[in-house]
Each structure stands twice: as C-alpha cells, then as structure tokens.
Design a binder for this molecule. Structure first.
Ligand SMILES: [Zn+2]
Length: 643
C-alpha cells in the first residue's frame, strides 16, 4: 500500500505537465512580432490589415516547414527622418528609434518613395529587425516578408528562382540549402549582445557558409557577409580582414563590411587602423549608432577614456535603447569615479535588457565603490547566473570579501577570475591588496608587478607597489614608484594622500611637507592638503605658518569641524587658551559629537579655572566613548570639591 501511495502523485504530476487534449503542438516555437509603422504607412489606398495578413501568411509557411510561428504582439509608430535618402539609411533610422520592447522581432513598415535604390525589404540578422517598403496594393507582402524572415534565420540569396530567397521568386518555398540554414537557426536568440546561434549549430552554419561560394547559385554579397559574421565568432580575424578587403574593392561604400573589418582589426590589436576605418564609415554615414559604439571600444582599448566616453554618448544619443553602449559608458564613468553617473547608466541599460550580465557586473562594481557591499553581492549573483564566464564578476566578488576583511575567501575569487582571464589586470591588483593586508609583502609585490605588466599606467598598482616596498624596507624601489607617480601623473590625488600618511606616520616631516606643497602646487584637493601642511608645520614648530594654512583651509570650507579642532590644538600647544577654546567651540558648533573637542575644551577650561564648564564637557566626552586621563579627572574633582 505504501508503494501505491507514492505512485499516485507522480501520475498526477505527469498529467498536469503533459495535457493530453488540445493545446499547442509542443514543438512549435512562437515568436512575438512588433510592428513599427512610419508616418507614411498605411498609405491612403491600403490599410494595416495588409501587413497583418502578410504576417499570417509568412507564419503559415514557417510553421509548415520549420515549426516556427509568428504572432503580432505590439504595434507602434515612428517618425522617419525626412533627410534619409536610401533604404539602408531608413532602416538604420528605424532601428535607432524603435526598441524591441518585449518582442523578439521588429518589423518596420514604410510607404516612402524616392529612396535611392529599389530595395523593397531588408533584414538585420543580428538585431532581429526587418524593414518592408510598401509600393502598391498589388504587392505580395506575404512573399516579401517570408523572404526577409528567411534572412533573420540565416538564409541567403540564391539565383534559383524556385526559392523564396531569390530576389524575384516565383514561389514561397525555400530551397534545400536555405531550409537547412533556417533549421540551424530555429532556436536562435534575439539578444543583440549574443550572437544568434552557438555551439554545434554555429559550427555547422560555418561549415555551410564556407561551402556556399563554391555553389554557383549562392555567389553573392549577403552569403559573404554571413560567412564573415560566422568566421568572426571563431576568431578567424585574419581571414575576416582578408575577405572584407576583397569585398570592399567591389563595394567600397558598404558600411557593414567595413564595420566587420574594423572589429576584426581591433580584435587583432590593430587599434589605430580600426579607428581609421570607423572614421571612414562615419564620414559617409554619420548616423549609425553601432559604429560609434565600436569606436568607443577602440578608444577604450587605447586607454583614451575621454574620447571613448564621447563615442558612447553619441551612440546613446542616436539610439537610446543601446544598452551595451550604456553599460560600457557606465564602466568608464566608474574608472573616472563618477559613481552616480555610472549607477544611472547601468540602471537604464538593465531597464532595457535585464538579462545583460555585463550590466549587472558593472552595477555590482559600482555598488562596491559606493560602499554598498550587500547590493554589490546580489548583483554579482544575478550576473553569474546569466554568464559564469565573466572574469570581472569574480573580481568584484573578491572586492566584496576584501571589504568584509575575509582575505582568504577574497583570494579564492581572485584566482577564479584569473582562471577565466589570465590577463585581467584588476584581479592581479586585488590579489596584491589581499597579500598586502595579510602581510605577505613579496607576494603582493609579484602581483602588483603582474598588473603593471598588463597595464603600464596602472596608477593604483604603482602606488601600492611603492607602499609595499616601503614596508619591506626597500626605500629605493619605493622611491622609484613614487617618483613615477608624482613626476608623470602629478594630478593623481591618492598618491599624495597615501604618501603624506606614510611620511607623517614615520615622522619624516620634511618629506611630508614636500608632498603637501607639491599637491597644493598642482591644485589637488587644496582643502585637505592645506590642513595636512598645517599639521606638518605645527610638528616642525612653525606655528605661525601652520596657523596661516589652517585659515586658508577654513576659507575653503568655513564649516569643517576637524580643522577647527586642529587649530584649537595648535593654539593650546602655544598656551593661547582663549583662541584655543574659541576654535573648540566652533568645532562643536558644526559637529557636536567630536569627543576630542569636548575633552580638549575641558582641559582648556580647567586651566582657565572654569571648573564647572570643564566638568560638563568632560562628561560629554565620556558619554561619546572617550576615556579621559584619570589624573585629569581626579584633579578636576578636587578643584570642584574645594570650591
Ligand atoms: Zn533579401
């Protein structure tokens, strides 16, 4: 009986999971279509019905042969640019202005005439969008749409007229070769950041595209482009460059071929040549968002951050839904420590495409720098679920554990990050920090050096390497790193701050003074370095000069309680009790919780024989967690008693 009891629920589950009657055929894949009508569509002698019927017709063809169905899920409109002169320009215009929303495929409709060339339709395989040009009520929109949808599933033109992939087809059927390509693409993805197919399908597609040129019917430009796009996925960059160069001799104005060539150049390390190619495209077609996006990547690779930022901003201006450009821009904002701007761009990118692992990765890194470790942690988890091969996410996880002072856990994550990308400089840098914190200085040195090998102007790594040498009692090597920073990058603020702390702590006041004066000369955070300089001068016994720098700092921020406190201490040292008390009170005016200010004020009042006031402030200091000197407490108590 017990056994039977266990069986019953299992059968129920099976019944629920596989309904026996009705429902969709379990194998057909349903794809949502968004229609985007420009201002010229529908024209007077037509209606929206025409295209809706065409979608049904195409869907029927695809269902019969490939078990693929298309359903109209959304209709929107867009205003086309009056200035566009060709079909291609209009197609780009549509892709810029219409986002996919929750749909897989966007089908744009136009009835505009007088466009250069006679194209009736176009399809973009990667972005999953189509543009159809309506010409007359007699036009067979169903046939045209079937042809363009074929392109979205990897089909190419053929000279065979008995195939819908012919330019003037006499049938709505696909030829055998194209039918096989569509089957390979049947499960294709519609996410612009991922190539539509991968794995086994991609390998077979490459094999087929490589064979096409040997078959006379398929000698044409779009077969070449499909081959190039696929080769790119296999990192066959030199062949891509070669093929693109040959094609550009025949069609020098093809922006898509030049763009593919530029990407291959960039990925092969020819950054400057890639930039030239992108600029050539921009001179001819200044409105293609993905060219600016790619140019942004090229400038980034060249460490030209400001130029890269401008390119990404242009891409976003042209195409607000370009979430990859937004994410890359966020990443650069992060490098420049513009944390709020970075967070904002990430949020916008993820609002457009929440399944973009890179977007979650950059947001996680932003949170970490904003000192919100828990948010960083959860974004990392989301990113890892979407893509477990992003070295940056593992490195951010390491950062999270560094933040939590769990260095051994952090070390593990760094090592994972380097396992995925052994050339990831930031992971070496973090490892360096971890070993520094563990006191394993030679290991820290090794990792900082590795980071610098991969990125020579990695300023934080140079700084920390210098600090590590210093801790290892190797002042000469330390000096080399510091000199490099101060001479070649005099506006790198962390160098001054860290060096000041180091020298001040070691009581090397002359060195500390030199650092402050250099920082001030370069205008690096004057408020802070006026204050630091005053601290050093006071240690060196140059009281008047110290006073002057404190006053300069207060001119920059008249509400900085720490400076009033320091100034109070300076006056106290020279027994100027009135001035001292005045500044302690000022400090407390802006920050009542400064326990040192309360304590020191109590001491001043004691010398001024204002014992009641002294007692009051001493009590407050104690309440704030300060333990006053027991001798002082006793003396004050005596005075209060004898009064
Ligand atoms: Zn075509």
């Amino acid at each position: 009986m017990a056994k039977l009891d266990k069986w019953i629920p299992l059968i129920l589950i099976l019944l629920i999971t596989f309904p026996l009657f009705g429902g969709e055929s379990p194998t057909s894949r349903l794809l949502k279509v968004k229609l985007a009508l420009d201002e010229s569509y529908p024209p007077r002698d037509s209606s929206q019905k025409g295209i809706e019927e065409a979608i049904l017709t195409a869907s029927r063809h695809f269902e019969k042969e490939f078990d693929l169905k298309f359903t109209l899920a959304e209709v929107s409109s867009w205003q086309s640019d009056k200035g566009v002169k060709s079909f291609d320009e209009l197609f780009i215009d549509m892709q810029r202005k219409v986002d996919r929303g929750g749909c897989h495929i966007v089908i744009g409709l136009t009835a505009r005439r007088l466009l250069r060339g006679e194209l009736l339709g176009g399809a973009s395989y990667r972005s999953g969008s189509i543009l159809i040009r309506w010409t007359s009520p007699r036009q067979d929109l169903g046939l045209l749409l079937t042809h363009e949808l074929g392109h979205l599933f990897g089909a190419v033109h053929t000279k065979n007229r008995h195939s819908v992939m012919n330019i003037n087809p006499d049938t709505s059927d696909f030829d055998r070769e194209n039918a096989a390509l569509i089957r390979l693409n049947r499960e294709r993805r519609f996410l612009p950041h991922l190539f539509p197919i991968s794995g086994q399908q991609l390998e077979e597609a490459l094999h087929r595209y490589q064979r096409l040129p040997k078959m006379g019917d398929y000698k044409n430009l779009d077969a070449d482009i499909f081959l190039i796009m696929t080769l790119m996925e296999f990192e066959g960059y030199s062949e891509v460059i070669d093929r693109c160069q040959r094609l550009l001799k025949k069609t020098p104005h093809s922006s898509s071929i030049r763009n593919l060539m530029a990407i291959a150049l960039r990925r092969s390390g020819y950054i400057d040549r890639a930039i030239e190619e992108y600029e050539t495209i921009i001179r001819e077609d200044p409105l293609i968002p993905y060219v600016y996006y790619n140019l942004g990547i090229a400038y980034s690779k060249r460490e030209d951050i400001d130029k890269a930022i401008i390119q990404y901003q242009k891409a976003i201006y042209l195409m607000p839904s370009h979430y990859q450009a937004r994410t890359n821009l966020a990443h650069l904002y992060l490098e420049k420590r513009l944390l709020n701007e970075a967070e904002e761009q990430c949020r916008q990118a993820l609002a457009i495409e929440n399944d973009y692992a890179e977007g979650h990765s950059v947001l996680a890194a932003t949170y970490l720098l904003k000192q919100q470790p828990e948010e960083a942690y959860s974004e990392c988890q989301v990113a890892l679920k979407l893509n477990d091969q992003l070295s940056s996410v593992y490195n951010t996880m390491a950062g999270y554990y560094i933040f939590k002072n769990q260095n051994q856990e952090a070390e593990k994550w760094c090592l994972k990050s380097l396992e995925i990308d052994p050339r990831y400089h930031k992971a070496y840098y973090n490892l360096g920090n971890i070993y520094y914190a563990m006191g394993k200085f030679p290991d820290a040195v090794k990792n900082y050096q590795e980071a610098i090998k991969l990125k020579s102007n990695y300023l934080q790594a140079h700084l920390n390497l210098g600090l590590t040498y210093y801790r290892m009692n190797q002042p000469e090597q330390a000096g080399e790193e510091f000199d490099y920073l101060l001479a070649d990058h005099p506006d790198y603020e962390p160098a001054y701050g860290n060096l000041f702390s180091l020298y001040f702590e070691e009581k090397k006041f002359d060195e500390a003074e030199r650092i402050c004066r250099t920082a001030i000369d370069y205008g690096v955070n004057n408020l802070r370095f006026y204050q630091y300089l005053a601290m050093v001068l006071s240690e060196l016994g140059k009281a008047q000069e110290a006073e002057r720098y404190y006053q300069l700092a207060l001119e920059l921020d008249p509400q900085d309680s720490a400076i009033y406190l320091a100034l109070g201490n300076l006056y106290f040292r020279y027994n100027l009790l009135e001035n001292s008390a005045h500044n302690y009170l000022k400090a407390l005016e802006f920050d009542d919780s400064l326990k040192d200010a309360h304590n020191n004020l109590a001491v001043v009042y004691f010398y001024q024989e204002k014992y009641e006031l002294a007692w009051e402030h001493l009590q407050q200091a104690e309440q704030l967690g300060l333990t006053p000197h027991p001798d002082f407490v006793n003396k004050l108590k005596e005075k209060l008693k004898s009064k």
